[in-house]
Write a protein that binds this ligand. Structure first.
Ligand SMILES: NC(=O)c1ccc[n+]([C@@H]2O[C@H](COP(=O)([O-])OP(=O)(O)OC[C@H]3O[C@@H](n4cnc5c(N)ncnc54)[C@H](O)[C@@H]3O)[C@@H](O)[C@H]2O)c1
Length: 320
């Protein structure tokens, strides 16, 4: 399979290239970046045969079977929609800054018949896949409440909602249903920078599950995980991140106690494997090779984008 990269910035180099190289069964034929220097650096560092400043030219001239789209957030919807005129695309989150932008990708996919997949890596994180398996064995319909903790260090970016979308989407992934309503409270911290705030979110799902997410941007520890209550059982799980967390703990009211270490769940420490990025690449290529839709398209991100757009605008309620 011939693939191309569009967007040769930090995340492409730090996370996606290692995934592609580890997978090994695809050929990178070209790369493109509006900043030609970044495209040339990727060409030199990874021996990518051809590089371009214009991704449309790249598509015309090198005709890839699929593209990995890793451009800046503001460009993603337009670039991914253009790529879909030619071939399938896996694109970084968020697929759009707004619901309208996200729908642009859905429509481009429908029009060309080419699949798109949003790279929400938590949907492929080994810890969460194992957690979902464990809960499914004990009756998935039993979940009552999910609490998601998303703690960061010095994340004073004024568009932090484009990162917070991970917490929102993961809560939805764990609950396995659509939001019915979402309420948000903000703790503004203007002394840390423009638009810096902690978000406290309450979710009610169509299936009756309730959830909360505490998204704290400036804490003493980089960590992320969840607590899931299923009647008289509790599951605690966290993604290995910055030397913290990893693993799953289960307890129930009858005294049962199980701990599964991060090593038992995933033998690799590298962030791109233990946090799910490698799995999402593998899934994307294997589905395409087998003529299957990889799922996880932009349509599955519309509600999460709507919530993140509300975060940006400091709205306190999102109804669906
Ligand atoms: N999943 C995660 O945990 C995670 C973490 C970090 C970043 N990301 C996402 O990855 C994407 C890239 O982030 P980054 O940190 O690498 O940013 P970056 O700014 O380092 O890289 C983005 C690159 O896209 C290029 N670009 C912008 N517009 C373009 C266009 N129209 N055509 C071609 N190239 C264009 C820029 O020149 C730049 O080189 C973003 O969507 C970001 O949200 C995801």
């Amino acid at each position: 399979m011939k693939i191309s990269i569009v967007g040769c910035g930090n995340w492409a180099n730090y996370t996606h290239m290692p995934c592609i190289l580890k997978y090994g069964k695809v050929n990178i034929v070209s790369c493109a970046d509006i900043n030609a220097e970044n495209a040339r650096d990727m060409h030199e560092k990874y021996n990518v045969p051809l590089y371009f400043a214009d991704y449309n030219e790249m598509l015309e001239q090198t005709n890839p079977d699929a593209v990995i789209c890793l451009v800046s957030e503001n460009a993603t919807a337009k670039v991914a929609s253009d790529i879909l005129k030619h071939c399938p695309v896996m694109l970084e989150k968020p697929p759009g800054n707004t619901v309208e932008e996200t729908k642009m990708i859905v429509e481009a996919s429908e029009k060309s018949g080419k699949n798109n997949m949003v790279a929400f890596n938590r949907r492929f994180a080994p810890v969460y896949l194992r957690l979902k398996e464990m809960i499914a064995e004990s009756g998935y319909g039993e979940i009552k409440y999910i609490n998601y903790k998303f703690h960061r260090i010095k994340r004073h970016d004024d568009n932090f909602e484009t990162t917070a979308i991970h917490a929102v989407d993961t809560v939805k992934f764990l609950a396995g249903d659509d939001f019915r309503r979402v309420e948000i409270k903000y703790q503004e911290m203007p002394y840390l920078g423009k638009n810096v705030a902690n978000y406290y979110i309450f979710f009610e799902f169509v299936n009756g599950i309730h959830a909360t997410a505490e998204i704290l941007v400036s804490t003493g520890e980089l960590s992320e995980g969840c607590e899931i209550h299923t009647g008289e059982s509790i599951y605690r799980a966290s993604i290995p991140m910055g030397g913290n967390g990893g693993g799953i703990e289960y307890k129930n009211a009858s005294g049962s106690h199980i701990f599964i270490s991060k090593e038992e769940i995933c033998a690799y420490e590298e962030h791109y494997i233990s946090q799910g990025f490698y799995n999402e690449h593998k899934h994307f290529y294997e589905c395409l090779a087998n003529g299957m839709n990889p799922g996880n398209g932009a349509e599955t991100a519309i509600q999460s984008v709507a919530v993140c757009h509300a975060l940006k605008n400091r709205e306190s309620f999102v109804g669906f």
